[in-house]
Design a protein around this ligand. Structure first.
Ligand SMILES: [Zn+2]
Length: 80
């Protein structure tokens, strides 16, 4: 009975080691949450979080800006 418990414990330890080594291969590689997605401001080339950016849709393409000033500059450049 005691031997059976030791074998069970060994199987458990081996199982834990195997699962741990298997998951550590891709451990730190996790995609960033969508909230932290960075977008490039085409005016000043700053990367800003998409949720905090000003967006403008032109001909089916969405542009993101760090501020309303950059959005305004972009609009001016588009018109020229
Ligand atoms: Zn900007």
């Amino acid at each position: 009975m005691i031997r059976l418990a030791i074998i069970a414990a060994l199987i458990y330890i081996i199982f834990r080691l195997l699962t741990r080594s298997g998951s550590s291969k891709q451990g730190h590689v996790s995609p960033p949450p969508p909230d932290d997605l960075l977008v490039e401001d085409p005016v000043c080339h700053t990367y800003v979080p998409q949720k905090d950016s000003e967006s403008l849709r032109v001909n089916g393409t969405t542009y993101y800006f760090c501020s309303k000033e950059c959005l305004q500059k972009f609009k001016t450049n588009q018109g020229a």
